[in-house]
Design a protein around this ligand. Structure first.
Ligand code: UFG
Length: 317
């Protein structure tokens, strides 16, 4: 297939583009490089440096079989302080993309949704049927796009899949996490091991969990890339499928730090700090639907593999 990848210079987008190329698809990346890196775009992909919403109509006019839409603003804290950036960047721009797809008859879409659409869960592991009550603007904008996609699929025959990622981590070779503003646990812990940071702060140790720290479902970015390949290949006309992507197993902040100590051989000093606003105690996915419908199976579910791969990437930089 000939596929357009928005945000293909970013962490998840570059990993998925590499997987698509490896599977024999033709990939064109559009990325404005506001947070991505040109050297992260895999060999074999054409890079168009632009805002995806501005060029979508022109580029899709070439004729594409599908779009994988990764480009987005994704900092939860920033989304609360500057909501306009998120409603325009994520919602308005995605609508422009959907309209361009409709204009040119582009049949398939895979969208990067998020666990943040669920907010504080009533039940864990979280199924796709759980109520969607996002507790931050980031999650609300992703949910709004999910709703847009559903109605375009129903009315215009779009074949669409939304993938709701839990905590993406790890790396594959040269495709890893390098954000100018880093807020994610594993890269921050590894910064302590490289000496960029003195210690890691643990946001609360009085949560209702076994060791008192928050529990998250970490998913290896390579497993995530496999799911995108299966999703674009399985997308069905007029249907909007939604899948949670996680391992179904949670690890606490303390367990993650311990895994990083083992991977790096560094003592990694940690200090307990106040809770971070908006953090739920436990977020773990039920990915039964993805396993059943897509035949997806995460192959790198243990935290040691995830952390070791992230560390190998960090050391290679
Ligand atoms: N944490 C710390 N110290 C840090 C950074 C994080 O203790 O310095 C803790 C957080 O409180 C949380 C866990 O580590 O309990 C994981 O935090 P991340 O910031 O790595 O990830 P989140 O679970 O907050 O966020 C992820 C995705 C978001 C998505 C969200 C859904 O990265 O995009 O899940 O709730 F919105």
């Amino acid at each position: 297939m000939k596929l357009l990848v928005t945000g293909g210079a970013g962490y998840v987008g570059s990993n998925c583009s590499a997987r698509l190329v490896e599977a024999g698809h033709e990939v064109v990346v559009v990325d404005d490089l506001s947070t991505g890196h040109a050297d992260a775009v895999p060999d074999g992909c054409r890079l168009i440096q632009a805002d995806f919403a501005d060029v979508a109509s022109t580029v899709l006019g070439e004729g594409f079989d599908g779009v994988l839409h990764f480009a987005a603003k994704s900092l939860v804290g920033e989304s609360m302080q500057d909501p306009a950036k998120y409603w325009h960047g994520n919602v308005v721009n995605s609508l422009r993309l959907l309209d361009a797809m409709r204009e040119h008859g582009t049949p398939r879409l895979v969208f990067s949704s998020t666990a943040a659409v669920y907010g504080e869960p009533d039940e864990v592991p979280i199924p796709e049927t759980a109520p969607t009550r996002p507790t931050n603007t980031y999650g609300a904008t992703k949910l709004a796009v999910d709703h847009m996609i559903s109605s375009y699929a129903a009315a215009h025959g779009l074949a669409a899949v939304s993938l709701r990622y839990f905590n993406v981590a790890g790396a594959q070779g040269r495709y890893g996490e390098r954000h100018a503003t880093e807020t994610h646990l594993i890269p921050l812990v590894l910064q302590v091991a490289t000496g960029q940071r003195e210690r890691i702060q643990i946001y609360g140790d009085d949560w209702q969990t076994e060791d008192g720290t928050c529990v998250r479902d970490y998913i290896h970015v390579t497993d995530l890339a496999d799911a995108h390949l299966l999703a674009i290949e399985s997308a069905t006309e007029g249907k909007h499928a939604v899948y949670n992507l996680g391992n179904g197993t949670g690890f606490s902040v303390k367990q993650v730090i311990e895994a990083c100590r083992e991977a790096t051989g560094h003592e990694i000093p940690a200090k307990v700090a106040p809770r971070r606003a908006g953090d739920p105690a436990v977020l773990v996915a039920s990915s039964e639907r993805a396993r059943t419908d897509l035949g997806w199976k995460p192959e790198r579910a243990d935290i040691a593999t995830i952390v070791n791969d992230a560390w190998a990437f960090t050391q290679s930089r």
